[in-house]
Design a protein around this ligand. Structure first.
Ligand code: ZN
Ligand code: ZN
Length: 121
């Protein structure tokens, strides 16, 4: 009974019938809206990746392959990444200032953030 699984679009006034909660045009609109309003998704844009790469290049040009360290002393590191000083997930601006550290320090930072999230809930 395929008819039974169809329902009217969740957007009020839209008469479209489909199996999903939203009709395809409204679903596309919803996804576009979420891309614009979810800051962590905005950091995956090409422009942001270029900005991060530029921050790493600038860091290399001034101090070389050197990580400032996270909960450990500064140390040499070749695998540098740029990350937001103010975490976006904690309310920082997506185009906020970047800091450069190595992948291992970066993931230590992310791990600590997840641990504190767990404590909160
Ligand atoms: Zn619709
Ligand atoms: Zn490091």
């Amino acid at each position: 009974m395929p008819r039974a699984s169809k329902r009217v679009c969740a957007v009020s006034g839209c008469p479209a019938m489909q199996a999903d909660r939203l009709c395809p045009p409204h679903r596309a609109e919803r996804e576009r809206h979420q891309r614009q309003t979810t800051p962590t998704k905005r950091t995956r844009t090409w422009g942001e990746q270029k900005r991060r790469k530029a921050a790493v290049d600038r860091h290399r040009a001034t101090v070389g392959n050197w990580c400032p360290g996270y909960q450990r002393p500064a140390h040499p590191a070749a695998d540098l990444t740029a990350d937001h000083i103010d975490e976006i997930s904690l309310g920082g601006a997506p185009d906020g200032e970047l800091q450069v550290c190595c992948r291992s320090c970066n993931s230590a930072k992310a791990g600590r953030r997840q641990a504190s999230d767990l404590r909160k809930s």
